[in-house]
Design a protein around this ligand. Structure first.
Ligand code: MRU
Length: 346
């Protein structure tokens, strides 16, 4: 059994092989890389060639399905799942996918065929969940709004239309006039490189800003709503997302601007009671000392001591609502103890 042909903006399968669009080279080059092994996929996830919480879960699942037939036993398939599980620590969608495919399955159910069936299901489910988020967000978004977003949460971060950017796209395509302010998202510029690239392709009107410009726009009344993604949502509604999200949440609260995360149910971690328990990835300080895009590198502060957490945690108090694939959960719902947890559609 080999992988069927699947297509998305950030990954595709063809003739049983898995390819990913190397996001470290965007927007300069659209370079597709064939995944050579489990370890190769771990490298591609670590260096952010494939990134975005849902996309790394789906990509890891398809990678396990691609290489499972060459592994000799259920134990070795489980070991491979565990290697992929540890590729990055914060986005729980990766762990969720590896658990579902192998790590929490009875030994006798861990076969190459079962892994393939489940991986393909995860791909199609992600496409569906993106539509569901778009549907739930639709009524919240008013015609004519200026929406601030952070990082990249579109087709490059999922295998469907996206989470926050997907919801914006969903409303835009159904006739709502929307203008997006895109935070460039230092240090790796997922906003400036990737969200700009997607908005240009989709013809969604936007303005690019540096991360430190959001406050002034809010003070001037130019931002009506904030919508961004999540990498892990704790039981109490605190959530981790790209570094800089917490500052945006503080600004939004100060200015009385609605602030939403948009995420599939696979981003909820029922094991995490609160944001304090979410592991935060620390990345190479070199990313802060300069910029590197494809083969272009400029380092302006060589050897400078630098701090580089990839994510931060936003407390539920700063969240107007989480727009999830299974419905909208407000801060008030969550503080009153409503459970976010959902077991999914399959
Ligand atoms: O380090 P990245 O680029 O993988 O970080 C991605 C984000 O923080 C996104 O906002 C998050 O994964 C949600 S994407 C649908």
């Amino acid at each position: 059994m080999k992988l069927p042909d699947l297509n998305s903006l950030c990954l595709r399968t063809s003739d049983g092989e898995l390819f990913i669009l190397d996001q470290t080279r965007l927007p300069q080059d659209e370079n597709w890389v064939m995944v050579e092994s489990i370890e190769h996929m771990v490298t591609l996830i670590k260096n952010l060639s494939l990134r975005g919480a849902p996309a790394i879960g789906v990509g890891a699942a398809l990678c396990l399905a691609r290489f499972a037939p060459s592994l000799p036993s259920a134990v070795s398939m489980k070991n491979a799942a565990s290697v992929l599980f540890h590729a990055r620590p914060t986005a729980v969608n990766l762990m969720w996918a590896m658990n579902r495919l192998a790590l929490i399955c009875p030994q006798k159910e861990i076969t190459a065929e079962n892994i393939l069936i489940k991986a393909v299901d995860i791909f199609h489910e992600d496409v569906k969940l993106c539509q569901e988020m778009g549907r739930h967000a639709f009524d919240l978004i008013n015609d004519g709004e200026n929406i601030l977003t952070h990082c990249n949460t579109g087709g490059l971060a999922t295998v469907g239309i996206g989470t926050a950017l997907g919801a914006i796209r969903y409303a835009f395509l159904r006739g709502k006039k929307i203008h997006v302010y895109i935070d460039e998202t230092r240090p790796l510029l997922q906003g400036g490189r990737l969200t700009v690239w997607e908005c240009q392709k989709l013809k969604i009107p936007f303005t690019l800003i540096c991360d430190n410009m959001a406050a002034v726009l809010m003070r001037q009344g130019k931002i009506n709503r904030v919508m961004l993604g999540a990498d892990r949502i704790a039981r109490n509604g605190d959530f981790a997302n790209k570094i800089g999200t917490y500052s945006v949440s503080v600004l939004a609260r100060h200015h009385g601007i609605p602030f939403h995360s948009v995420a599939p149910y696979s981003t909820i971690d029922p094991q995490c009671q609160s944001g304090e328990q979410i592991p935060i990835e620390d990345r190479d300080p070199e990313e802060v000392r300069g910029v590197k895009i494809g083969d272009h590198k400029i380092i302006w502060a060589p050897n400078a001591p630098a701090f580089n957490p990839s994510f931060d945690v936003t407390p539920v108090e700063n969240v107007t609502s989480h727009i999830l694939s299974h419905g909208i959960f407000t801060r008030e719902d969550l503080i009153a103890g409503l459970h976010l947890y959902h077991t999914g559609s399959s």
